[in-house]
Design a protein around this ligand. Structure first.
Ligand code: SAM
Length: 288
């Protein structure tokens, strides 16, 4: 099967259908087969895998994944791309294209309906502004997703993979690393797309923990405490939590920090996920 991932082949498809790129839908198509390979390797796709792809575009990545995986379900918002995908993926009988906005899709229902609720891998090259909410939606959903590979801005990849005590460490780092282990897979210069976007991209792989390591008494409260800790980065953890919408007095927060063996003068950005989990459980006890 001929690859779509060259400038010429992509241009031919675009011209044949007189396709007009939409900026608001983030339509920048990949024209580099090395990056496609890195994405596929990053997601560790094998012949046993069921893959959900979001934003297949003209099917460049879809086609390569379908060559390996058992089945690919590709969710594409743009109805103008549907006949194109039908054409470019005509030789792939293991691909199902769904013409929907992923933001409006019930993900669990999609996986149940199209893939019999099996464990999946998620691959997405989407407009930047929806990528993080979509990643969080898949991580938080009650489905088994072992690998997520997405294209993001360098800063977002840095934030997702950041360690404590670094500038990039924040609530996104904690949220992503609570569920998974992030690996930066590749840097993608803007010249590897048509049309060229304004910035370079980074491919990041999130490998879900087989088991969630932390025994949380209340997950929502954990994320609230994390948000509180990072809400005022220059303040101490004591002040940041006391001034947030958690119904504890400053004295009580002080006591909770002592119970969790966390120095009240530390800043939120120095706390590890283990410490956040312990702290959130102590806050839970205090609120009881
Ligand atoms: N995967 C292709 C590639 O790498 O060449 C295309 C990637 S392009 C950056 C983003 C794709 O996501 C476009 O095809 C766009 O129409 C689609 N898209 C944008 N928003 C979407 C949404 N909310 N739901 C589903 N697809 C979306």
């Amino acid at each position: 099967m001929e690859k779509l991932s060259t400038y010429r082949n992509t241009k031919d498809v675009v011209d044949k259908y007189k396709f007009k790129f939409s900026k608001s839908l983030g339509q920048n198509f990949l024209i580099n087969s090395n990056i496609i390979d890195e994405i596929i390797n990053g997601a560790r796709i094998t012949e046993d895998d069921y893959v959900v792809e979001i934003g297949p575009g003209i099917g460049t990545l879809t086609k390569e994944m379908a060559n390996i995986a058992k089945k690919v379900v590709a969710v594409e918002i743009d109805k103008k791309l549907i006949p194109i995908l039908k054409d470019t993926l005509s030789e792939c009988d293991n691909v199902e294209v769904v013409n929907q906005d992923i933001l409006k899709v019930d993900i669990k229902e999609l996986v149940n309906e199209k893939l019999d609720g099996r464990p999946i891998k998620l691959v997405a090259n989407l407009p930047y502004y929806i990528t993080t909410p979509i990643v969080m939606k898949f991580l938080e959903e009650d489905i088994v997703v072992s690998d997520i590979v997405v294209m993001v801005q360098k800063e977002v990849a840095d934030r997702m993979s950041a360690d404590p005590c670094t500038k990039a460490y924040g609530s996104l780092s904690v949220a992503v690393q609570y569920y998974s282990e992030p690996h930066i897979i590749a840097k993608v210069p803007k010249s590897m797309f048509i049309p060229q976007p304004n910035v370079d991209s980074t491919v990041i792989a999130l490998r879900a923990h087989e088991e969630i390591k932390h025994d949380l008494k209340d997950k929502e409260l954990f994320f609230k405490v994390v948000k509180a800790a990072f809400s005022k980065r220059r303040k101490t953890i004591l002040n940041a939590i006391s001034s947030y919408d958690i119904e504890l007095s400053k004295e009580e927060v002080n006591q909770v920090l002592e119970d969790a063996s966390i120095d009240a003068k530390r800043r939120g950005e120095t706390l590890s996920i283990d410490e956040f989990a312990n702290l959130a459980n102590k806050v839970y006890d205090k609120l009881e």
